[in-house]
Design a protein around this ligand. Structure first.
Ligand SMILES: O=C(O)CC1=CCC(=O)O1
Length: 256
């Protein structure tokens, strides 16, 4: 389904409180499949595709995190939803932190997984954007599994890995590159102290893309934030350890 420019779907009781879920660069909203049945028992779950991904619009880049967050606010306005619990992994977590800092009246509780407030190292994201624009998405497929999943998970769950890699392969190159541009210039560190909503930061202990130190920094800077670190988890911790992530999200989002 597509509305207000973003691909999205809605699952759960239409009168329940809303949880918005936004994922990692190079995936679609389907990356939240392991969470959907559990969260939708209690909440109205709105899963979104970032711009340039899935069924969303693909404007020419560069984008900013504020652009991506603005798309989410437009969607919430279109759905008539005033306030949500927000769950974001990686790029989705960046959008969540931006929203909690800049649109605090729209966010009731925040959960961020495997993400960072400032991720650019030595122009790596500018380089990635340039590579994708020159060579297409095939240039991204080789290294992604090693960032996203532990070796054990790749060995034991090849079909799950293939499903997620198909999302990456199907992402429009300009959409992916535009989001790389957004990460390249992002620095949310000064915003974190302004976040007042209850915040849970979840790290994957073996995440090479956003190592635990990035989540530790978020938990240190956001007043009152809580940190959980999941052992034997790489970047897509919600896919590798759904039971743990579901338990943490449910507990955090049902607290008042
Ligand atoms: O590099 C990756 O694919 C991991 C990642 C960093 C930010 C994001 O959204 O995904």
């Amino acid at each position: 389904m597509r509305g207000a420019r973003l691909g999205y779907d809605v699952t759960g009781d239409e009168h329940a409180d809303v949880v918005v879920m936004a994922g990692s660069i190079g995936t679609t909203r389907e990356m939240w499949r392991p969470q959907l049945p559990v969260l939708a028992e209690r909440f109205r779950v709105v899963r979104v595709d970032h711009r340039g991904h899935g069924e969303s619009w693909v404007p020419p880049g560069p984008y900013t995190i504020a652009d991506l967050a603005g798309d989410v606010l437009d969607l919430l306005d279109a759905l008539g939803v005033a306030q949500v619990r927000f769950c974001g992994l990686s790029l989705g977590g960046m959008v969540g932190m931006w929203l909690a800092a800049h649109a605090p009246d729209r966010i009731r509780r925040l959960a961020v997984l495997c993400t960072s407030a400032a991720l650019n190292v030595n122009g790596s994201w500018e380089n990635r954007a340039a590579t994708v624009r020159a060579q297409g998405m095939s240039a991204m497929l080789g290294a992604a599994p090693g960032r996203w999943f532990t070796e054990d998970f790749r060995r034991d769950h090849p079909n799950v890995v293939d499903d997620i890699l198909a999302m990456l392969a199907g992402t429009p190159a300009e959409g992916y590159a535009g989001c790389c541009d957004a990460i390249a210039v992002m620095d949310l560190r000064a915003d974190l102290a302004r976040i007042t909503v209850p915040t849970l930061a979840i790290a994957g202990a073996d995440d090479p893309a956003t190592p635990p130190a990035h989540l530790e920094e978020i938990a240190r800077r956001v007043p009152g934030a809580r940190l959980e670190t999941i052992p034997r988890a790489a970047h897509l911790a919600n896919v590798e350890h759904p039971e743990t992530v579901n338990r943490l999200l449910l507990a955090h989002f049902t607290e008042e």
